[in-house]
Design a protein around this ligand. Structure first.
Ligand SMILES: [Mg+2]
Length: 371
């Protein structure tokens, strides 16, 4: 089998704003093969940048577009193709958007191989440690504490037993930070797991102080309290005995960089399969976390493609339990795939169909495709 075409499909809502909501636009990759099988992947990046990285023509030996690296190649040889893309783009790549763009192609390769052999991707990744997960509703803080509390109440009414609020107003002031987290706990009640995503908003000293101040709200974890470059700050925060787990990793694309963050002491390692170069590299990070006795959790704030790929990823790890489940209501998040991943008895199930187990809703693709 050979890859005959690489489609990079930019989808964008008409009214994108600067909220921290990555489901407002996305880049879908569809690979075609000479025997008619196709595979689907997704990229979480700046979509126009990632699309250019995939589509770019050859500049020279180590400055190649990613599509050019995989065209004519056998989709079964995934590790070799990852290496081909990494080495082919080394002149402008190795980190950031190039690795993010690789993810879309790499995930689509697994989808093709799964369909070809009639097996779900998690089995190709080494097997299913778990077949269902505890989803946590992932949403942004409201503009006011009252709004945050109302959102929290609605999510619990929908059946979620774990909720994470993030970004938005956090970091405005000490009083506002405390008011929002207090409102979130009041809204979900005492028995629902509550996480807070600070969205990179504090310096080291403030993060250490906030972690202590949040103790009465019994947080399951405090996520990204610090800038991803502030590894020394993460070490100081983790050494300060915070009263909750410290989570981070979603900005990281590089395997060695993720290890450095783990070695700084973070408790929850957050890996986004559409950012780190795809499922094989995500699995390496997940096992790095397992060997350090840390929890690994998906980061997913895109579409059903990311959800499906992330379910296969975490199913193939021993050190997982929660699943990030973005509850934004935009049409790319809710309707790009035919499958909508319902919560059943408080659990989300890993797809059992061949490949990723998803199909694109072609009407949504047509409606939001950027020409
Ligand atoms: Mg986050």
């Amino acid at each position: 089998m050979k890859i005959t075409r690489v489609e990079s499909i930019h989808l964008r809502l008409p009214d994108v704003n600067d909220r921290a909501d990555g489901s407002q636009e996305t880049l879908v990759v569809r690979l075609h093969t000479d025997d008619g099988l196709t595979g689907i992947g997704e990229v979480d990046s700046s979509s126009v940048v990632a699309k250019a990285i995939i589509d770019a023509p050859l500049s020279h030996k180590i400055a190649r577009g990613l599509a050019e690296c995989v065209l004519g190649q056998d989709p079964f040889e995934i590790e070799r193709l990852i290496h081909r893309m990494y080495e082919g783009s080394i002149f402008f790549g190795r980190h950031g958007a190039v690795i993010q763009a690789m993810s879309g192609i790499e995930i689509a390769l697994w989808d093709i191989v799964g369909k070809a052999v009639g097996r779900p991707v998690y089995q190709l990744l080494g097997g299913g440690f778990r077949k269902s997960f505890r989803p946590y509703a992932s949403i942004l803080f409201g503009d006011t504490p009252d709004q945050t509390q109302r959102i929290a109440e609605e999510l619990v009414e929908r059946g979620f037993r774990a909720v994470k609020f993030g970004w938005g107003p956090l970091g405005e002031s000490e009083a506002s930070d405390l008011a929002h987290v207090r409102a979130a706990r009041a809204g979900v009640g005492p028995d629902v797991d509550l996480m807070v995503d600070a969205g990179l908003c504090w310096d080291t000293a403030t993060a250490i102080r906030r972690a202590r101040q949040f103790e009465p709200f019994n947080l399951t974890w405090l996520e990204e309290p610090l800038h991803p470059d502030n590894v020394e700050g993460y070490a100081r925060l983790c050494d300060s005995h915070p009263p909750m787990r410290i989570a981070a990793g979603e900005e990281i694309c590089d395997i060695a960089e993720m290890r450095r963050l783990m070695d700084a002491g973070i408790d929850v390692v957050q890996v986004d399969v559409t950012r780190v170069g795809g499922l094989a590299r995500a699995k390496r990070m997940g096992w790095d976390a397992a060997e350090r006795h840390r929890l690994c959790v998906n980061h997913s704030y895109k579409t059903g493609i990311n959800i499906a790929a992330s379910l296969h990823f975490v199913a193939a790890l021993p050190n997982t339990s929660y699943f990030e489940y973005c509850v934004e209501q935009g049409p790319l998040r809710t309707s790009l795939t035919i499958q909508d991943f319902p919560i059943t008895n408080g659990r989300i199930n890993v797809p059992e169909e061949p490949g990723l187990g998803i199909e694109l809703n072609e009407e949504i693709v047509k409606k939001y495709r950027v020409p």
